[in-house]
Structure formats: C-alpha cells, structure tokens
Design a protein around this ligand. Structure first.
Ligand SMILES: C[S@@+](CC[C@H](N)C(=O)[O-])C[C@H]1O[C@@H](n2cnc3c(N)ncnc32)[C@H](O)[C@@H]1O
Length: 244
C-alpha cells in the first residue's frame, strides 16, 4: 500500500507539531522543497500525492454539512446500537478519513479508530486539531483514539469492544458516483483491503459492515440484519445482545 514518505511545513510555527507527528507516526521530517508523497502541515493540512491534493476538513465542505446534522444519522445509530446513557465502545477497523468515527464520537460513543495508512492518520489528527474550541467538539475529540496499524492486530481484543465497525467501501463498485476524496483515495491507496471476514471469524459481540446499497455482502450469513438507506446499507451480525 502507498503511504506518505514524510511530513513537512513551510510555517515555522508549525515546525514543532510536524516534528512531533513525524516521530509519532515514524515518517520523515522532509525539507520544504521535497516532492515525495507527503503531508504539508498548514491551515488546512494537505496530503500531496503525484500532483494531487487531499484535504480532510471537518469545518467546511461536504462533511461539515453531515456534522451539522449528526443527530439525523438514524441508520448509523441503529446499526451501531448507539446509546447515549451507556456509550458503546466501538472499534473502527477501517478508519480512513475518520468521518464515520467522528459522527459516532459526536453521538457520545467511544471510538478507537484504526487506520493502516500513516498519511490518513495524520490527516485525521489535523482535522481534529483544527476544530473550534467548543464543548461538543472537545467532547467528541476526547472520545476518539487513533491507532496507526493493520486492524487485524486487534483481533484478539475484540471482546473489549461492544461494536466492531468495518467500512471497506472505496473500491467496491467503480461505476458508482464518487466524491473527489474517494477518487483520490482509490489512486493513493492502490490496493484494496477488507478485514471484514477476519473480524467475522473473531469473538465479536456486534459486527457492523457498511456497504453500497446493492453491493454483495462481505459475508454470506443468514443471521445478518440489514439497515438500508438510499445509497448505502449496514449489514449487522450480532453474537451477544447488549443490556439495554
Ligand atoms: C472506505 S475507507 C473508510 C472510510 C471511513 N469509514 C470514513 O468515514 O472516513 C477504508 C479505509 O480502511 C483502511 N483499511 C483497510 N483495511 C484496513 C486494515 N486491515 N487495517 C486498517 N485500516 C484498513 C484503508 O486504508 C482506507 O483508508
């Protein structure tokens, strides 16, 4: 899988942050003139890959409008059995840009986001970092933990989560309309990975798999309950009911 070579910034005030992120994610601190695939720390930070740019902003654009209506996410809420009184511990095994994870965090759930691409982890950190200092955003940020790893490394820990969430969607159907962010990620990530089957074989309590509405199921199992929207659906597998 492609990934960033390093991180750089042209802003002296962001240098310490760039240094911290380069050491946390084990990527190089690049010179400003480097043209390798990298994150440029800025306002906003940008992932630069083969002349293309990816920004992950939570305060403007399409995802911002989703954030403003986060309470309307009834499908996601049902699929993950969102509970405000007793927050669910959710393992997001395919973190990506962290959009679904952030909605779940805004809904008060505790989300561990696992993403194997260091560039995407840093973009997510940056998206969270640029959020306005408001109580509901601060609460959501405190509900999120980011781990840069193949999520299969957590297969032995599934019992400590109420919900295992898998969204392997980017490459599943090339004919469907995709956003510019999805097109970027298709090219940048190169290969397609779907850890759903590995988690299905694990000792999970509740497994939620996001799919395009008409895509075939990642797992053929008649016990699945599907929550269907206009373009996506969630296939949910339950091994143990929660107490609520
Ligand atoms: C469709 S995106 C997820 C989008 C995400 N749900 C969101 O709302 O932004 C899939 C992501 O999963 C990541 N991924 C795929 N397999 C993975 C694995 N085994 N471990 C960690 N990350 C994985 C890919 O690198 C990609 O960024």
């Amino acid at each position: 899988m492609a990934d960033i070579k390093g991180i750089k910034t042209g802003d002296p005030e962001l240098f310490q942050r760039a240094k911290k992120l380069s050491s946390k994610y084990n990527v190089l601190l690049l010179e400003p003139e480097s043209s390798d695939t990298h994150i440029n720390l800025d306002y906003p930070s940008v992932l630069c890959f083969q002349g293309m740019k990816l920004v992950n902003s939570f305060i403007k654009g399409k995802f911002y409008s989703r954030i403003t209506k986060f309470q309307n996410e009834s499908l996601l809420k049902k699929a993950c059995a969102v509970n405000t009184a007793k927050p669910q511990k959710i393992l997001d095994t395919t973190g990506g840009l962290g959009h679904d994870a952030f909605i779940l965090a805004l809904l008060g759930q505790k989300v561990t986001v696992v993403e194997k691409n260091a560039g995407l982890c840093i973009l997510l950190e940056e998206a969270l970092n640029e959020l306005p200092d408001l109580p509901y955003f601060n609460d959501a940020v405190s509900n999120i933990t980011i781990i840069n790893s193949d999520s299969r490394n957590l297969l032995d820990s599934v019992r400590s989560f109420d919900v295992i969430y898998v969204d392997p969607m980017f490459n599943s159907n090339k004919r469907l309309k995709r956003t510019k962010q999805m097109e970027f990620l298709d090219l940048y990530l190169e290969d397609y990975d779907d850890p759903a089957i590995d988690f299905f074989k694990s000792d999970f309590k509740r497994l939620v798999i996001k799919k395009e509405l008409r895509a075939s199921a990642s797992i053929k199992d008649s016990s699945a309950i599907s929550f269907k929207g206009s373009s996506i659906r969630y296939d949910v597998y339950i091994r143990e009911k929660n107490e609520f």
